[in-house]
Design a protein around this ligand. Structure first.
Ligand code: TXD
Length: 313
Protein backbone atom coordinates (compact mmCIF):
# COMPACT_ATOMS: atom_id res chain seq x y z
CA UNK A 1 0.00 0.00 0.00
CA UNK A 2 1.34 3.44 -0.93
CA UNK A 3 2.28 5.73 1.93
CA UNK A 4 -0.11 8.58 2.72
CA UNK A 5 1.00 12.11 1.87
CA UNK A 6 0.81 15.02 4.30
CA UNK A 7 1.32 18.59 3.05
CA UNK A 8 2.29 21.23 5.59
CA UNK A 9 1.28 24.59 4.13
CA UNK A 10 3.55 26.99 5.98
CA UNK A 11 6.84 25.57 7.22
CA UNK A 12 7.47 27.88 10.16
CA UNK A 13 7.48 26.96 13.83
CA UNK A 14 4.28 24.90 13.76
CA UNK A 15 4.80 23.61 10.20
CA UNK A 16 8.26 22.24 10.97
CA UNK A 17 7.00 20.58 14.16
CA UNK A 18 4.10 19.06 12.24
CA UNK A 19 6.60 17.51 9.82
CA UNK A 20 8.69 16.18 12.68
CA UNK A 21 5.74 14.60 14.51
CA UNK A 22 4.42 13.08 11.27
CA UNK A 23 7.62 11.22 10.48
CA UNK A 24 8.13 10.12 14.10
CA UNK A 25 4.60 8.72 14.17
CA UNK A 26 4.97 7.09 10.74
CA UNK A 27 1.94 8.88 9.31
CA UNK A 28 3.34 9.11 5.79
CA UNK A 29 5.44 11.17 3.38
CA UNK A 30 5.75 14.85 4.18
CA UNK A 31 5.91 17.93 1.95
CA UNK A 32 6.78 21.25 3.58
CA UNK A 33 5.59 24.23 1.53
CA UNK A 34 6.43 27.88 2.26
CA UNK A 35 6.94 31.16 0.41
CA UNK A 36 10.39 31.65 1.91
CA UNK A 37 13.00 30.24 -0.46
CA UNK A 38 15.32 27.59 0.96
CA UNK A 39 13.67 27.36 4.39
CA UNK A 40 11.25 24.47 3.71
CA UNK A 41 13.97 22.71 1.70
CA UNK A 42 16.45 23.11 4.56
CA UNK A 43 14.01 21.91 7.23
CA UNK A 44 13.01 18.95 5.05
CA UNK A 45 16.60 17.89 4.53
CA UNK A 46 17.33 18.19 8.24
CA UNK A 47 14.27 16.07 9.06
CA UNK A 48 15.20 13.49 6.42
CA UNK A 49 18.67 13.16 7.90
CA UNK A 50 17.10 12.14 11.24
CA UNK A 51 15.54 9.11 9.50
CA UNK A 52 18.42 6.68 10.04
CA UNK A 53 18.50 7.59 13.75
CA UNK A 54 14.75 7.47 14.31
CA UNK A 55 14.17 4.57 11.92
CA UNK A 56 11.77 6.05 9.38
CA UNK A 57 11.84 5.80 5.59
CA UNK A 58 9.26 8.45 4.77
CA UNK A 59 10.13 10.93 2.07
CA UNK A 60 10.43 14.52 3.34
CA UNK A 61 10.68 17.32 0.81
CA UNK A 62 10.57 21.09 0.94
CA UNK A 63 9.17 23.31 -1.78
CA UNK A 64 8.06 26.79 -2.84
CA UNK A 65 5.81 25.35 -5.52
CA UNK A 66 2.21 24.49 -4.60
CA UNK A 67 2.14 21.94 -7.44
CA UNK A 68 4.28 19.69 -5.22
CA UNK A 69 1.39 19.10 -2.81
CA UNK A 70 -0.42 17.21 -5.59
CA UNK A 71 -2.20 14.13 -4.31
CA UNK A 72 -1.91 15.09 -0.64
CA UNK A 73 -4.27 13.15 1.64
CA UNK A 74 -4.05 15.74 4.40
CA UNK A 75 -3.15 19.46 4.21
CA UNK A 76 -2.36 21.26 7.46
CA UNK A 77 -2.34 25.03 7.05
CA UNK A 78 -0.25 27.35 9.22
CA UNK A 79 0.73 29.89 6.56
CA UNK A 80 0.40 33.45 7.77
CA UNK A 81 1.69 35.69 10.52
CA UNK A 82 1.74 34.72 14.21
CA UNK A 83 1.07 37.10 17.12
CA UNK A 84 3.62 39.30 18.85
CA UNK A 85 3.25 40.49 22.46
CA UNK A 86 0.32 42.88 22.86
CA UNK A 87 -1.47 41.61 19.74
CA UNK A 88 -4.79 39.80 19.78
CA UNK A 89 -5.50 36.99 17.34
CA UNK A 90 -7.91 39.33 15.55
CA UNK A 91 -5.10 41.79 14.76
CA UNK A 92 -3.83 39.21 12.27
CA UNK A 93 -7.02 39.20 10.23
CA UNK A 94 -6.19 41.65 7.42
CA UNK A 95 -2.87 40.00 6.51
CA UNK A 96 -3.83 36.41 7.02
CA UNK A 97 -7.16 36.46 5.17
CA UNK A 98 -5.40 37.32 1.89
CA UNK A 99 -2.80 34.63 2.48
CA UNK A 100 -5.55 32.12 3.27
CA UNK A 101 -7.36 32.96 0.05
CA UNK A 102 -4.32 32.19 -2.11
CA UNK A 103 -3.48 29.06 -0.12
CA UNK A 104 -7.07 27.81 -0.42
CA UNK A 105 -6.91 28.26 -4.21
CA UNK A 106 -3.69 26.25 -4.28
CA UNK A 107 -5.21 23.44 -2.23
CA UNK A 108 -8.39 23.42 -4.32
CA UNK A 109 -6.36 23.12 -7.53
CA UNK A 110 -3.70 20.67 -6.36
CA UNK A 111 -5.16 18.52 -3.58
CA UNK A 112 -8.90 18.46 -4.23
CA UNK A 113 -9.47 15.27 -2.25
CA UNK A 114 -7.55 16.23 0.85
CA UNK A 115 -8.74 16.61 4.44
CA UNK A 116 -7.82 20.19 5.34
CA UNK A 117 -6.91 21.20 8.88
CA UNK A 118 -6.55 24.97 9.35
CA UNK A 119 -4.46 26.34 12.22
CA UNK A 120 -3.70 29.94 11.14
CA UNK A 121 -5.22 32.69 13.32
CA UNK A 122 -7.72 34.17 13.69
CA UNK A 123 -8.75 30.55 13.40
CA UNK A 124 -12.52 30.83 13.08
CA UNK A 125 -12.32 33.32 10.20
CA UNK A 126 -9.45 31.48 8.47
CA UNK A 127 -11.22 28.13 8.40
CA UNK A 128 -14.33 29.86 7.03
CA UNK A 129 -12.25 31.40 4.21
CA UNK A 130 -10.73 27.99 3.47
CA UNK A 131 -14.16 26.36 3.16
CA UNK A 132 -15.56 29.15 0.97
CA UNK A 133 -12.65 29.40 -1.44
CA UNK A 134 -12.05 25.65 -1.85
CA UNK A 135 -15.75 24.82 -2.03
CA UNK A 136 -14.84 21.52 -0.35
CA UNK A 137 -17.53 19.52 1.42
CA UNK A 138 -18.05 20.56 5.04
CA UNK A 139 -16.78 17.25 6.38
CA UNK A 140 -13.37 17.86 4.76
CA UNK A 141 -12.50 21.26 6.26
CA UNK A 142 -11.83 21.64 9.96
CA UNK A 143 -10.15 24.12 12.28
CA UNK A 144 -7.75 23.23 15.05
CA UNK A 145 -8.22 25.10 18.32
CA UNK A 146 -10.26 23.03 20.76
CA UNK A 147 -7.82 20.12 21.00
CA UNK A 148 -5.11 22.58 22.03
CA UNK A 149 -7.28 24.64 24.37
CA UNK A 150 -8.65 21.48 26.02
CA UNK A 151 -5.11 20.17 26.44
CA UNK A 152 -4.16 23.40 28.21
CA UNK A 153 -7.18 23.06 30.52
CA UNK A 154 -6.25 19.44 31.27
CA UNK A 155 -2.62 20.40 31.92
CA UNK A 156 -3.55 23.07 34.46
CA UNK A 157 -6.10 20.85 36.25
CA UNK A 158 -3.56 17.99 36.46
CA UNK A 159 -0.90 20.41 37.81
CA UNK A 160 -3.33 21.70 40.43
CA UNK A 161 -4.26 18.23 41.70
CA UNK A 162 -0.90 16.53 41.17
CA UNK A 163 -2.53 13.80 39.07
CA UNK A 164 -1.74 12.32 35.66
CA UNK A 165 -2.89 14.40 32.72
CA UNK A 166 -4.40 11.17 31.43
CA UNK A 167 -6.84 11.13 34.35
CA UNK A 168 -8.24 14.52 33.36
CA UNK A 169 -10.88 14.78 30.66
CA UNK A 170 -12.06 18.22 29.61
CA UNK A 171 -13.26 20.12 26.58
CA UNK A 172 -13.10 23.75 25.53
CA UNK A 173 -15.75 24.89 23.06
CA UNK A 174 -16.73 28.04 21.13
CA UNK A 175 -14.43 30.29 19.15
CA UNK A 176 -10.63 30.36 19.51
CA UNK A 177 -10.61 33.79 21.16
CA UNK A 178 -10.24 35.00 24.70
CA UNK A 179 -13.93 34.19 25.17
CA UNK A 180 -13.54 30.46 24.47
CA UNK A 181 -15.57 28.24 26.81
CA UNK A 182 -13.83 25.74 29.11
CA UNK A 183 -16.82 23.51 29.94
CA UNK A 184 -16.61 23.00 33.69
CA UNK A 185 -19.67 20.75 33.85
CA UNK A 186 -17.93 18.25 31.53
CA UNK A 187 -14.52 18.29 33.22
CA UNK A 188 -13.81 15.10 35.16
CA UNK A 189 -10.81 13.59 36.93
CA UNK A 190 -10.98 9.82 36.88
CA UNK A 191 -14.72 10.16 36.41
CA UNK A 192 -15.16 12.55 39.38
CA UNK A 193 -16.71 15.94 38.50
CA UNK A 194 -14.09 18.68 38.79
CA UNK A 195 -16.18 20.86 41.11
CA UNK A 196 -15.94 18.13 43.76
CA UNK A 197 -12.14 18.43 43.72
CA UNK A 198 -11.27 22.10 43.15
CA UNK A 199 -13.12 25.07 44.71
CA UNK A 200 -15.04 27.28 42.29
CA UNK A 201 -12.84 30.36 42.78
CA UNK A 202 -9.67 28.40 41.99
CA UNK A 203 -11.35 26.76 38.98
CA UNK A 204 -12.18 30.22 37.68
CA UNK A 205 -8.45 31.08 37.81
CA UNK A 206 -7.52 27.86 36.01
CA UNK A 207 -10.12 28.54 33.32
CA UNK A 208 -8.85 32.09 32.86
CA UNK A 209 -5.32 30.80 32.50
CA UNK A 210 -6.64 28.38 29.86
CA UNK A 211 -8.33 31.25 27.97
CA UNK A 212 -5.10 33.21 28.08
CA UNK A 213 -2.92 30.16 27.36
CA UNK A 214 -1.78 31.39 23.95
CA UNK A 215 -1.09 34.92 25.21
CA UNK A 216 0.94 33.60 28.15
CA UNK A 217 3.29 31.83 25.74
CA UNK A 218 3.52 34.79 23.34
CA UNK A 219 4.47 36.92 26.36
CA UNK A 220 7.31 34.54 27.20
CA UNK A 221 8.60 33.83 23.69
CA UNK A 222 8.15 37.44 22.51
CA UNK A 223 9.06 36.76 18.88
CA UNK A 224 6.88 33.68 18.33
CA UNK A 225 3.72 32.00 19.53
CA UNK A 226 3.08 28.48 20.82
CA UNK A 227 4.05 25.70 18.44
CA UNK A 228 4.70 22.33 20.13
CA UNK A 229 1.19 21.88 21.55
CA UNK A 230 -0.65 23.38 18.53
CA UNK A 231 1.26 20.98 16.26
CA UNK A 232 0.55 18.00 18.53
CA UNK A 233 -3.15 18.91 18.46
CA UNK A 234 -3.37 19.03 14.66
CA UNK A 235 -1.43 15.77 14.33
CA UNK A 236 -3.94 14.08 16.65
CA UNK A 237 -6.69 15.21 14.26
CA UNK A 238 -4.76 14.07 11.17
CA UNK A 239 -4.12 10.71 12.80
CA UNK A 240 -7.83 10.27 13.60
CA UNK A 241 -8.57 10.82 9.89
CA UNK A 242 -5.76 8.71 8.42
CA UNK A 243 -6.30 5.79 10.83
CA UNK A 244 -10.12 6.06 10.76
CA UNK A 245 -10.10 6.27 14.55
CA UNK A 246 -13.56 7.83 14.86
CA UNK A 247 -12.19 9.86 17.73
CA UNK A 248 -14.33 12.53 19.39
CA UNK A 249 -12.33 15.76 19.53
CA UNK A 250 -13.28 19.41 20.03
CA UNK A 251 -12.71 21.09 16.65
CA UNK A 252 -13.99 24.07 14.67
CA UNK A 253 -16.65 22.61 12.37
CA UNK A 254 -19.25 24.18 10.11
CA UNK A 255 -22.53 24.17 12.02
CA UNK A 256 -25.80 24.03 10.15
CA UNK A 257 -28.36 24.21 12.92
CA UNK A 258 -26.44 22.29 15.61
CA UNK A 259 -26.13 24.27 18.83
CA UNK A 260 -28.61 26.74 17.32
CA UNK A 261 -25.89 28.10 14.98
CA UNK A 262 -26.25 28.21 11.22
CA UNK A 263 -23.43 28.80 8.74
CA UNK A 264 -20.49 29.39 11.09
CA UNK A 265 -17.43 27.40 12.11
CA UNK A 266 -17.47 26.97 15.88
CA UNK A 267 -15.55 24.69 18.23
CA UNK A 268 -17.73 21.72 19.19
CA UNK A 269 -17.10 18.00 19.78
CA UNK A 270 -16.89 16.16 16.45
CA UNK A 271 -16.14 12.61 15.39
CA UNK A 272 -13.15 12.34 13.05
CA UNK A 273 -12.61 9.20 10.97
CA UNK A 274 -11.96 8.23 7.35
CA UNK A 275 -14.97 10.33 6.35
CA UNK A 276 -13.40 13.45 7.85
CA UNK A 277 -15.87 15.08 10.21
CA UNK A 278 -18.32 12.20 10.43
CA UNK A 279 -20.54 13.58 13.14
CA UNK A 280 -21.14 16.67 15.23
CA UNK A 281 -21.89 15.75 18.82
CA UNK A 282 -24.30 17.95 20.74
CA UNK A 283 -23.74 18.18 24.48
CA UNK A 284 -25.83 19.83 27.20
CA UNK A 285 -24.36 23.01 28.62
CA UNK A 286 -25.37 24.74 31.85
CA UNK A 287 -27.14 28.10 31.49
CA UNK A 288 -23.98 30.08 32.22
CA UNK A 289 -21.90 27.93 29.83
CA UNK A 290 -24.57 28.38 27.15
CA UNK A 291 -24.43 32.14 27.67
CA UNK A 292 -20.63 32.14 27.30
CA UNK A 293 -20.91 29.93 24.21
CA UNK A 294 -23.42 32.33 22.59
CA UNK A 295 -21.15 35.30 23.34
CA UNK A 296 -18.21 33.49 21.81
CA UNK A 297 -20.28 32.67 18.71
CA UNK A 298 -21.28 36.33 18.31
CA UNK A 299 -17.58 37.22 18.31
CA UNK A 300 -16.99 34.59 15.60
CA UNK A 301 -19.77 36.21 13.54
CA UNK A 302 -18.13 39.65 13.81
CA UNK A 303 -14.78 38.25 12.77
CA UNK A 304 -16.22 36.40 9.80
CA UNK A 305 -18.12 39.52 8.68
CA UNK A 306 -14.91 41.56 8.89
CA UNK A 307 -12.97 38.94 6.92
CA UNK A 308 -15.62 38.84 4.20
CA UNK A 309 -15.40 42.61 3.78
CA UNK A 310 -11.61 42.34 3.47
CA UNK A 311 -11.91 39.56 0.90
CA UNK A 312 -14.34 41.46 -1.29
CA UNK A 313 -12.33 44.73 -0.98
O1 TXD B 1 -4.45 26.70 17.94
C1 TXD B 1 -4.23 27.42 17.01
N1 TXD B 1 -5.11 27.48 16.01
C2 TXD B 1 -3.00 28.25 16.97
C3 TXD B 1 -2.78 29.10 15.83
C4 TXD B 1 -2.04 28.17 18.00
C5 TXD B 1 -0.86 28.85 17.87
C6 TXD B 1 -0.52 29.67 16.73
N2 TXD B 1 -1.56 29.79 15.78
C7 TXD B 1 -1.34 30.48 14.50
O2 TXD B 1 -0.70 29.60 13.59
C8 TXD B 1 -0.44 31.68 14.53
O3 TXD B 1 -1.11 32.81 15.05
C9 TXD B 1 -0.12 31.82 13.04
O4 TXD B 1 -1.20 32.46 12.38
C10 TXD B 1 -0.05 30.36 12.56
C11 TXD B 1 1.35 29.85 12.32
O5 TXD B 1 2.11 29.97 13.48
P1 TXD B 1 3.70 29.69 13.46
O6 TXD B 1 4.17 29.85 14.85
O7 TXD B 1 4.01 28.43 12.72
O8 TXD B 1 4.18 30.94 12.59
P2 TXD B 1 5.52 31.09 11.72
O9 TXD B 1 6.66 30.37 12.36
O10 TXD B 1 5.69 32.54 11.44
O11 TXD B 1 5.17 30.31 10.38
C12 TXD B 1 4.27 30.80 9.46
C13 TXD B 1 4.85 30.52 8.11
C14 TXD B 1 6.14 31.30 7.83
O12 TXD B 1 7.20 30.40 7.56
C15 TXD B 1 5.81 32.14 6.61
O13 TXD B 1 6.89 32.27 5.69
C16 TXD B 1 4.69 31.33 6.01
O14 TXD B 1 3.90 30.91 7.11
N3 TXD B 1 3.87 32.05 5.04
C17 TXD B 1 3.42 31.46 3.93
N4 TXD B 1 3.57 30.21 3.48
C18 TXD B 1 3.00 29.92 2.31
N5 TXD B 1 2.29 30.80 1.58
C19 TXD B 1 2.11 32.06 2.01
N6 TXD B 1 1.38 32.92 1.29
C20 TXD B 1 2.68 32.43 3.24
N7 TXD B 1 2.73 33.58 3.96
C21 TXD B 1 3.44 33.32 5.06
Amino acid sequence: MARKKLAMIGAGMIGGTLGHLSVLKGLGDVVLYDVVEGMPQGKALDLLESGPIEGFDASVTGTNDMADIKGADVCIVTAGLPRRPGMSRDDLLATNVKIMQSIAEGIRDNAPDSFVIVITNPLDAMVTTMKKVTGFAKNMVVGQAGVLDSSRYRTFVAMELGVSVESVSAIVLGGHGDDMVPVRSLCHVGGVPIDKLIPAARLEEIENRTRNGGGEIVGLLKTASAFYAPAAAAIRMAEAYLLDKKEILPCAALLEGEYGVDGFFVGVPVQIGAGGIEKIVEVDLTDSERKMFDESVSHVRELVDASEKLLSA
